[in-house]
Ligand binder design. Sequence first.
Ligand SMILES: CC(C)(COP(=O)(O)OP(=O)(O)OC[C@H]1O[C@@H](n2cnc3c(N)ncnc32)[C@H](O)[C@@H]1OP(=O)(O)O)[C@@H](O)C(=O)NCCC(=O)NCCS
Length: 189
Amino acid sequence: MGRIRSLALRAPKSYEHTKLVAWRNANRHKFLHPKPITLDSHLAWYSTKRKSFRDHFFVVAQRSSGVMIGTIGFTSFENVGEYNRFLIAEPYRGRGFGKEALWTLLDRGFYEGIDKFYGLVIATNGEAIALNRQLGFKESTEKRTKYDKIPYLVDVIKFTMKAEDLPSWENLSWSQELDIVEQPGSPRL
Ligand SMILES: CC(C)(COP(=O)(O)OP(=O)(O)OC[C@H]1O[C@@H](n2cnc3c(N)ncnc32)[C@H](O)[C@@H]1OP(=O)(O)O)[C@@H](O)C(=O)NCCC(=O)NCCS
C-alpha cells in the first residue's frame, strides 16, 4: 500500500513545551534516563540543545495541520548519528507515524552528511524493536546503564543503518491507511 508523506520535523513552538514535558514524562520508562522532568529543567535542557551543533531536537508534526504528534532527534559524532528522543504520543500511535518520523529523520540526516545512524532500544520495548526491524536496521546487543533510583545494567539492542541501506519511501510497506489527525483551528506549520 502506498502512502503520501504526511509529517514534518520542526522546532517546538513556545506554547508546546508544557505538552512536551507531559509526553516526555509519560514515556520515561522506555528510555535509559527515566528521571522525571520539570518544565524548568526541560526549558534549560532545550536552550542548551538548540545552541549545540551536535544535538538536534524536533517536534514531529502533521504537515497539513501543524498538529504536534511526537518528538525525535539526533546527536552527531562526526559522521555518525545517534537517533534519540523518539516518541509518538499515545493517541497517534499504531497509524504508521512512528515509522514515517524515523524514516524522515534518517533521510534528512543522511542528506546532511551522516554516513551511519544508530539507535539504542531497551530489549523489552517490543513496539520500538518491531519498528526498527521494519525499517531494515542491522542489530546487535549490548549492556547499558539505566538510571533509576540506582544505576543498573540492562540489555539494549543497538540498531544500526548505513546511508546506502535506507529503503526508498516507495519501498516501505504500510499496514495502515494514512489517517489524518487534523484538528479545527490548529496552527499551521
Ligand atoms: C515506538 C513508537 C515510537 C512507535 O510509534 P507508532 O507510531 O505507534 O509506530 P507505527 O504505527 O509507525 O508502527 C510501525 C511499526 O512498528 C511496530 N509496532 C508499532 N506499535 C506496535 C505494537 N503496539 N506492537 C507491535 N509492534 C508495533 C510494527 O511493526 C509497526 O508496523 P505495522 O503496523 O506495519 O506492523 C511508540 O510506540 C512510542 O512512542 N513508544 C513510547 C516511546 C518509545 O518507546 N520510544 C522509542 C525509544 S527507543
